[in-house]
Structure formats: C-alpha cells, structure tokens
Design a binder for this molecule. Structure first.
Ligand code: NDP
Ligand code: 8X3
Length: 246
C-alpha cells in the first residue's frame, strides 16, 4: 500500500510512518521540520519519501499532491495526523492567534489534503482516510475550548465524509486517543519541558506505538470492513462527574 502521513516529524506520525515502512509499505512522510524528515528517510530507506509541507498552506498542499513521485502517487491510506493544541487557558484569556493556528491546522489543513487526495481514491475505487480526532472532541475539559472544538469537527467531518463515500470503496475512520506521551504537551505549553513532563508524571500514558498499532490494524482490515470511530485511553484515565460550582 501507499500511505501518506501528515505530521510525521514527531509522536504518532513518526511512529505510524515507521510501522508502515517496516511492514513493507511505501510512506510519504510530511511535516514542517525538514531535518527530522531527512533523519526519518535515512532510517527508513527508499520506501519512505520525505515531503516538507505545512498543511495550512492550501496551494502548497495541492501542488505537493500533484507532484508526488509516480511510485508514491496513488495514495491508498491518508493519515490526517498533523495537529496541535496551544495553551490551556480559559476561553476569555486565550490568545486569538493560538485559536486561529489550531483551526488552520486541525481543521483547514485536514480539509485541504483530504480534498486533494480523495478524488484519486474514488477514481481507483480504493482508499482510506484515517483521521486523528481526540477524546477532547467528545468530552469537554477546562482549557480545552478550541482544541476540543477542532476535534469535534474532525469527528463529525469523518462521519459526513463516510456518508458521501459510502459504496465507492473508500473507507473513513476516526481515532480518538486520550492521554498519550509525545511532544503534544511540549507544543501545548510552548516549549516548557517541565510543565509538559508533569502531565505524564506518575501515570502510564498511551504511547505513539499504541496509536501506530491502532492505525495499522484499522488500515489492514478486509476491504469490506470500515472502522467508523475508535476511542482509546490509558487504563489510568477515565471520566469526571459534572462540575457543579456552589
Ligand atoms: P506531536 O506534537 O508529537 O506531533 C504533531 C505533529 O504535527 C508534528 O509532526 C508536527 O510537525 C505536525 N504539525 C503541526 N502543525 C503542522 C502544520 N501546520 N503542518 C504540518 N504538520 C504540522 O503530537 P502528537 O503526535 O501527540 O499528535 C498527533 C495528532 O494526534 C494531533 O492531531 C493531536 O491533536 C492528536 N492527539 C494527540 C493526543 C496526545 O495526547 N498526544 C491525544 C489525542 C489526539 P512539524 O512541527 O514538523 O510541522
Ligand atoms: C489530546 C488529549 O485530553 O490532552 O487530544 O486533550 S487531551
């Protein structure tokens, strides 16, 4: 299979790229940090094609998809993984630029690449769009305001995309992970390594490899099986009761 993974310079995306290459598939690995993609290409060999791409740049996304090398061009599985949370402040104290960056990346970036790749999948009667949503798209938490909102979009867009693609041989899946240790918190807290580390202190979070396993399992089900939504958390994480302020 040919896989295209967005956000493959770190965390889930890097683990997903490695997993598919090691299972004998070809992977287009994208992200903004060229040096990390180069290192991944050196590690993975010729089955991995590094592609520097900011998913927020619609023209760049369209041009990159049109210019994929022939052996990678027929993408069977698009993994929409690039995304981020910025900050954990209450809504009325947040920076509008952070909100815009989350919307531009998690929603608009996902749309640009999905729109660019799905027509080819439909023409070939074969394809799979696997989106990285989040438990934050389903359950609210303080400070999750726009991040959770973007992931709720991913959830509903995945279901609606499936409604449009039904019967055309193109599957759509949404994965909703809970707490997983990657660079996610380092990005959320703008490089504050100590604060990021404290998120995972004393618990066993999910790992990037847990998510790569899940993506690989979803992508390798028989063609007639569509995993719609899958939600996973570490055993140490669960739900809170309602918060009543007295
Ligand atoms: P990381 O921060 O480790 O990785 C995020 C990836 O997204 C990086 O490769 C980064 O690459 C890429 N990215 C960010 N912005 C852009 C952009 N504008 N264009 C292209 N690539 C971009 O986090 P995770 O691996 O944890 O996160 C991956 C996905 O999983 C995200 O969508 C996240 O919301 C979701 N998720 C994470 C959870 C967690 O607890 N870790 C739980 C649930 C969902 P670069 O900076 O090089 O561009
Ligand atoms: C990431 C999981 O709970 O930190 O999507 O929002 S959470």
């Amino acid at each position: 299979m040919n896989i295209l993974v967005t956000g493959a310079t770190s965390g889930f995306g890097a683990a997903i790229a490695r997993r598919f290459v090691h299972e004998g598939h070809r992977v287009v690995a994208t992200g903004r940090r060229a040096e990390r993609l180069d290192a991944l290409a050196t590690e993975c060999g010729e089955r991995l094609h590094p592609l520097v791409l900011d998913v927020r740049d619609r023209a760049a996304v369209e041009a990159a998809v049109a210019a994929l090398p022939a052996e990678f061009a027929q993408v069977d599985v698009l993994v929409n993984n690039a995304g981020l949370a910025l900050g954990l402040k209450p809504a009325h104290e947040t920076d509008m630029a952070d909100w815009e960056q989350m919307v531009d990346t998690n929603i608009k970036g996902l749309l640009y690449i999905t729109r660019a790749l799905t027509p080819g999948m439909v023409d070939r009667g074969r394809g799979h769009v696997i989106n990285l949503g989040s438990v934050a798209g389903e359950w609210p938490y303080p400070g999750g305001n726009v991040y959770g909102g973007t992931k709720a979009f991913v959830r509903q867009f995945s279901l609606n995309l499936r409604a449009d693609l039904v019967g055309l041989g193109v599957r759509v899946s949404n994965i909703e992970p809970g707490m997983a240790e990657t660079e996610f918190s380092l990005v959320r807290f703008q490089g504050d390594a100590e604060r990021a580390k404290s998120v995972y202190a004393g618990v066993q979070p999910l790992t990037a490899d847990d998510i790569a396993d899940t993506v690989y399992w979803i992508a390798t089900r028989p063609a007639h099986v569509n995993v719609n939504t899958i939600s996973l958390m570490p055993e140490c994480q669960a739900f809170s009761p309602f918060n009543v302020k007295r």
